[in-house]
Design a protein around this ligand. Sequence first.
Ligand code: SF4
Ligand code: SF4
Length: 444
Amino acid sequence: MDDKETRTCKNLRFSRFAHAFEHPTHPFLYHSIFQTKVFLDRTEWESLRRFYRTKRYIQLDELTQRLYKLGFIVGKNEDERTKDLLKRELEKPIELRSLFLILTERCNYSCSYCYQYPKRDLDMSPAILEKSIRTFIKTTRSFKGLKNIFFHGGEPLLRHDLMRAACRQVDYLIESGETSNVGLAVSTNGSLINNEIAREAHAHKVFFAVSLDGFLKKHNCHRSKGHNIYKEVTNGIKVLQRNNVDFSIMTTVHNQNVRDLAKIAEHFITKLGANSLGFTILLGNDKIAPDLDLFADSLLNAFEVIRRYGVREARLSVQLQAFLEERLNLYDCKEYRGEIVVSPDGQVGPYLYFIGSRLFFEKSNLKNMDVNKMERFVNFATNTPLNEDNCLDCQCVGICGGGNHYNRYYKMGVLNKHDPDFCVYSKKALRWMVTDLRKKVFGE
Ligand code: SF4
Ligand code: SF4
């Protein structure tokens, strides 16, 4: 704190980003942007409470000086400066790092909640596939992190031949020194996995994300009618295991399975050998969407199980890691910044879930993938709660991500407004993280 500030302490106040979590013995202050945390004792909190509530006029003492240094207490305009800093951060060039190839829009299933609507009888041509990969590899040459190529559909394994061609092309580009550090993954309903596919996947280190909504008929009730989904998919998973293919089970959470996520997680881990799980909230379908309050409770219970088994999880663990490592988690899905989706007919778009409607997609000659020159991509990348003034005052702004872009658009017809239903989940998740940390620190 400089001399001027100490002389004019009436200018000091609690930052709009400082949030208090009251507790009988271990009250807690949390900075929603810097992600810093301070546990206080009861007396300290009593001395601060009035100032915190009114947000104004801080009495200077050792504690408040410490909180000033940590950014919980600020001088005039300091919050504005933090806001400007965040803005500049968001305006930094986007680095392309993920390519989603929609190998086909056809599918052998007909799930009632499929986001890919209308379905077209359309497969990607080998020429578009080859060109997309070549351009992606060229564009990402200077990117040092992991570059990902995802095979999607429809059901991508209906065009396993295209997946094989893509894997061979990537291998060739790696061997010839054109690129390195490329991850390959396929998102599949699991019904078409056979030994040949699994052997090739193992050889090319393709990661499998297999969809399965639970272990009971009612859990899978919204998936393809007339198929014994559970049996088909678990057979596919066994084939992957026999061939040492790394896989994850992805569950779409809807009104029928939302209460059972802990049981589902335990079953997938102990009976199906999953060491990675993902729970995705059903998107764009109000009739069978889960209640998000229930979803939050159920996912938090499931997470306790998942953590006990040391298994990876794709939603809460990302937020928790950011919270613990004092990093911002700006997006509900990290692919909002740096993803490019290529449709079978060679159109490009910033987000997979709009593939059916082709909203935000545009024609492309696939010679250039400079997403910084494409307005739609920049819009997606900068659409985070940090850009919404209402969200800036929310305790969750640094970890929440603002919900799914597809759901936002589906519900509100715009991208740049957060999904209020999603806030219920975010707030519970943050409270859980604070309690979890308190338990770790104080062993309560
Ligand atoms: S398996 Fe996937 S792509 Fe196929 S119908 Fe179901 S949700 Fe849609
Ligand atoms: S989306 Fe909701 S929970 Fe997230 S920061 Fe905005 S108001 Fe908070």
